[in-house]
Design a protein around this ligand. Structure first.
Ligand SMILES: Cc1ncc(COP(=O)(O)O)c(C=O)c1O
Length: 467
């Protein structure tokens, strides 16, 4: 019979329900076997009939037992029952810890931002506003396209900072660049295929593969993508990072931009997806307007993110669609979207509206520039042994090691020196680099650790005399 423990916190009827259910699953109670009557079982366990009744009712609801009028309760056919794992996870089993700390002492992680200068105070203030003042409004599900207020702020910001011409109606909000690309591919002409830069942000080809969209890679030259490399193919969509090619960091020249825009304007089914992921942080020369700002034929789909400019955990990316695609988006039923919590959207739009976003960017630009300058200073002491490229913008650059070591040896040395750094080859899909190159992410390195990181890296490669 079933054992009940009255000292337990769990209600008795639930204990009884679980005991009977487990006996059925284990086969101790067989199909069509009669269960004791409510009175009999109640008396036996010294519990009320209502307790037994509640346990039986739960078992009936879940299909473990059935009742027959005036006959009682019986075990249901076992093969119609849902399969529930017999082994319970112990309540004391440890929860798997998510590793948030970089594993290495010297981490040149890409995508990490400076934590010491995050505008916590403003975020706290606007979060309080969102949860206190606007609690009734923001609790409702909002616009799938993104809250209008945020779209309005983004369109103003993009016009002033990147020359992007847009209305809030053309802006769509999603929780990642990858998700935006997924949405965009649902709006593109049927049977589209992609031209991708090589090297590339791996999430892009991965997403296209998952969606069974075909793509091909073309090499990136020192001045960006060359139209001659794409003109020979029938593919109609080009995905590029023209302001700071990911990850090699080259900037596409105006000549190449114009040629590419011309290519796109020659056919109504051609589009350019411009990923402008980190152009807020430009350290040398004048800011380069977005490719979209030159586009008169509405062929450019502009994509960017707050992952670098605010934080990767904010999970807000945005796209500016040409007007005809925005209309298509708005007319689509059940299109993907509405994935960014409204409270977060509110906080970010208030942050932008109050001009604090702009101030934050100016402050961060200075900080990232300082970090970059320290690293460059260290590396440039050895111009024949290592060469830096793509450091004009963003929070990473590429270093080419020219002291005769190959990539494998360099990686082994990094590991031995507790350094975490990514080889460029990891982002190359078809083309190969002959000399070892590494992508140095510096955004997340605390300012006070930057010199130690630079020294350790040089030491590991035996570039530094002190090694
Ligand atoms: C080329 C490129 N696009 C976009 C992103 C950011 O994507 P998300 O908005 O999904 O964080 C990154 C991040 O490193 C990137 O390298």
């Amino acid at each position: 019979m079933f054992h009940i423990d009255k000292s337990q916190k769990q209600p008795i009827y639930m204990q009884l329900y679980e005991k009977i259910r487990d006996s059925i699953i284990n086969g101790q109670l067989q199909e069509d076997e009669k269960l004791p009557s409510k009175r009999h079982l109640g008396d036996y366990l010294s519990v009320s009939q209502t307790t037994v009744e509640n346990a039986y009712a739960q078992l009936i609801d879940e299909g473990y037992i059935y009742s027959k009028q005036r006959s009682g309760f019986f075990v249901s056919a076992i093969d119609t029952l849902p399969l529930i794992p017999q082994q319970r996870v112990s309540s004391v089993s440890p929860i798997r810890r998510v590793e948030t700390q970089p594993l290495s002492r010297y981490s040149f992680q890409l995508g990490a931002i400076d934590k010491a200068h995050f505008p916590f105070e403003q975020f706290r203030k606007y979060a309080k506003e969102a949860f206190d003042t606007l609690q009734d409004t923001l609790i409702e599900s909002g616009d799938v396209q993104g809250d209008f207020m945020l779209r309005q702020q983004i369109s103003q910001y993009l016009f002033h900072s990147r020359g992007v011409e847009t209305t809030p109606e053309q802006v769509i909000i999603a929780s990642s660049t990858e998700q935006l690309l997924s949405i965009i591919t649902d709006l593109l002409p049927e049977n589209h295929s992609f031209i991708l830069e090589d090297p590339i942000y791996p999430q892009v080809p991965q997403l296209l593969s998952r969606k069974h969209i075909s793509y091909r890679f073309v090499p990136v030259c020192h001045d960006g993508l060359h139209v001659e490399h794409i003109d020979q193919y029938d593919d109609n969509i080009v995905y590029i990072t023209p302001s700071h090619q990911f990850p090699i960091g080259v900037t596409m020249t105006l000549q190449n931009r114009i040629k590419l825009l011309k290519w796109a304007s020659q056919h109504p089914e051609r589009y350019i997806i411009e990923d402008d992921y980190d152009s807020e942080f430009r350290y040398e020369g004048k800011p380069i307007p977005a490719l979209q700002s030159l586009d008169k034929a509405e062929r450019v789909i502009y994509v960017s993110t707050f992952s670098k400019s605010i934080a990767p955990s904010i999970r807000i990316a945005y796209a500016v669609l040409p007007r005809h695609l925005a209309k298509l988006y708005q007319n689509k039923i059940n299109i993907e979207g509405g994935t960014v919590p409204r409270h977060t959207q509110y906080i970010v739009s208030r942050f932008m509206e109050s001009n604090q976003f702009e101030r934050h960017l100016n402050r961060m630009r200075k900080i990232y520039r300082q970090k970059r300058d320290v690293l460059i200073e260290y590396f440039s002491q050895y111009p024949t042994l290592c060469q830096i490229n793509g450091a004009q913008t963003g929070m990473h650059f590429v270093v080419t090691i020219q002291n005769g070591l190959n990539e494998q040896t360099c990686m082994a040395r990094f590991k031995a020196h507790d350094i975490d750094v990514q080889p460029l080859s990891q982002y190359l899909f078809q083309h190969h680099n002959t000399t070892p190159q590494f992508v140095i992410g510096f955004g997340g390195i605390p300012m006070e650790d930057i010199e130690a990181h630079a020294t350790q890296l040089l030491k590991s490669l035996e570039i530094n005399e002190s090694s």
